[in-house]
Design a protein around this ligand. Structure first.
Ligand SMILES: [Zn+2]
Ligand SMILES: [Zn+2]
Length: 553
């Protein structure tokens, strides 16, 4: 009998974001990834969504390490929130740790954090686990697949990956090592990236984007070129730099994360841009348009980003003019399409030629499509399979692919956030659940609950009615008239009509209540809310937030 190994999924299954899994053996835990989810329109005022770490907070002394697969925010963005409560060393490639350090700096946690850099192919003992870091190609440098050598065999987590045979840095996904593991120890369980599991074929090589970027630069001689891309996409930035240098342009960096990440990547030798090719933002006015390339953040249409400010004419650094070329070398993350389209429209209105993924080959995904996912399955030949990193339909499609590739249907589990699976001598099965609710972070307020969010949605969609009454403390009788104020769902005239009716309804209800005795203020509050809510709903068919206020004097 070998020890059981359990995996708890705290996030990333059923959504693209807040990836976090916990692997357990002999009562010891290793955390794999610790990411954020970016909020959508249903989360007004929310800045970030975190995994629910309460499972880890309850067992903070059992955590032996945190492994970061790569430097994207959906994998490292929540690291400061976890490290604040759980003290454990953090493992990752130097680039990944550099990105994580930015998050820790912001939280003043860098000094106490123990960051352990690991190299391609390295193996580390982390608690009871022997963890192996296997290179994978992705849209950020130095991503890893991780092989956990456990009492139940090898658990291979693919990380975010693609199979690019001509990656910009020459660092290919190490299928040979995965094949070796499969044919020696065997792979007990494969957890694999499902982002593009619905897409047939293969994702194109990142270097193919470089060729088309160069063509765009060559055919826009004499014009200023501004390119927006992810600041962590160092390979894209490298290819843009090559295109800029080949067409005798100097490069200016715009946006805080662009400046930070380019600095980090150059420091680590992952990005080759000579000092002479860079020009300070303050100096760009002196460079002729045809000799300038500006690399900017904001490819997701984020409201305060450099590109959005350009589109609205509010950038302090440059004003878009006729003849400017703006390239969005990116793909809108689901949910951001509308914001991106608005930014592109703003840029076009100001005279820019806007080039994006629909007009030219200026972007390739960092995630494997079906052909590559099938290749990994056929190389790894796992005994069991759990799709990870995807919305539910991606996970489902990936699970079918695994079965088509020969994994027995009983050994394929489609899990969701909060599920726990156990590997035992008998096989793989569900083994309970842990809390996995969304934890909403609002910049100033910190952690806001589901209740607050529900209130915000009601306020935004339905409006609010405040009904205030003053009661005589001794008799409980109404003093003067109730005051009714509404916001967000009626014009002045409509409000006056409604307020008069609400006042009358409240007076009547209070008279009835007073006749039956001297009710408590709480009961009065409930009565006022019920009376006004019913009346408003009958007259307007709306359900605004009703706030009763009871004052005694
Ligand atoms: Zn990624
Ligand atoms: Zn990811």
């Amino acid at each position: 009998m070998s020890q059981a190994v359990r995996i708890a999924f705290l996030g990333g299954l059923g959504e693209i974001g807040r990836n976090c899994a916990v692997i357990e053996q002999s009562g010891r835990l290793v955390v794999l990834d610790c990411g954020v989810l970016f909020p959508n329109a249903e989360m007004p005022g929310v800045d970030l969504v975190l995994p629910d770490f309460s499972y880890l907070f309850d067992r903070r002394d059992d955590v032996d390490g945190i492994v970061l697969s790569h430097g994207h925010e959906d994998h490292v963005g929540a690291i400061a929130y976890l490290l604040r409560e759980v003290k454990a060393p953090v493992y990752g490639s130097p680039f990944t740790l550099g990105i994580a350090r930015n998050r820790l700096d912001e939280a003043n946690l860098t000094a106490e954090a123990e960051l352990v850099a690991v190299a391609d192919g390295e193996r580390r003992a982390i608690g009871p686990f022997d963890v192996e870091f296997i290179p994978v190609t992705h849209s950020v440098p130095y991503g890893f697949a991780t092989a956990f050598h456990t009492a139940q065999g090898v658990i291979l987590h693919s990380g975010d990956f693609k199979l690019d045979l001509t990656p910009v840095d020459g660092r290919r996904t190490d299928l040979a090592r995965i094949g070796h593991l499969a044919s020696t120890e065997g792979i007990r369980l494969l957890l694999s990236d499902s982002t593009n599991a619905e897409e047939p074929g293969h994702t194109g090589s990142e270097s193919s984007v470089g060729e088309s970027l160069l063509r765009i630069f060559e055919t826009r001689a004499g014009r200023r070129i501004i390119v927006a891309c992810f600041a962590s996409h160092v390979h894209r930035i490298q290819q843009l730099a090559v295109a800029a240098l080949a067409t005798k342009r100097r490069i200016a960096l715009l946006g805080r994360s662009m400046i930070k990440n380019v600095g980090l990547a150059r420091e680590l030798g992952l990005l080759s841009i000579p000092d002479t090719a860079l020009v300070d933002l303050e100096e760009i006015g002196k460079v002729p348009p045809g000799e300038l390339c500006i690399l900017s953040t904001g490819s997701q249409g984020e409201p305060m980003s450099a590109l959005s400010l350009m589109a609205s004419g509010e950038s302090r650094w440059l004003t878009i003019e006729d003849g400017d070329v703006v390239v969005l070398s990116s793909h809108a993350i689901p949910g951001n399409e509308w914001a991106v389209a608005k930014v592109m429209d703003g840029l076009a209105r100001r005279g820019a030629e806007v080039i994006h993924a629909a007009t030219d080959h200026v972007h390739e995904s960092g995630h494997a499509r079906q052909g590559e996912l099938a290749t990994l399955l056929s190389v790894a030949r796992p005994r069991s399979f759990v799709p990870v990193h995807g919305e539910y339909r991606h996970l489902l499609r990936h699970s079918r692919l695994a079965i088509e590739m020969g994994v027995p249907p009983n050994d394929v589990l489609v899990c969701e956030d909060g599920d726990v699976v156990a590997l035992t001598d008998e096989g793989i099965d569900f083994d309970g659940e842990v809390s996995s609710s969304y934890v909403f972070i609002d910049g100033i307020a910190g952690d806001v609950g589901m209740g607050v969010l529900r209130e915000r949605r009601v306020l935004a969609e339905e409006g609010i009615v405040v009904a205030a009454v003053t009661l005589d403390r001794k008799s409980g009788v109404l003093v003067g008239q109730p005051v009714v104020v509404s916001r967000g769902f009626l014009d002045d005239e409509g409000h006056e009509e409604l307020a008069a009716a609400a006042r009358a309804a409240v007076v009547k209800a209070l008279e009835v209540a007073a006749a039956e005795g001297h009710p408590e203020p709480d009961a009065i509050r409930r009565l006022v809310r019920r009376t006004v809510g019913k009346m408003v709903n009958e007259r307007t068919r709306r359900r605004p937030m009703i706030v009763p206020v009871v004052v005694e004097r």
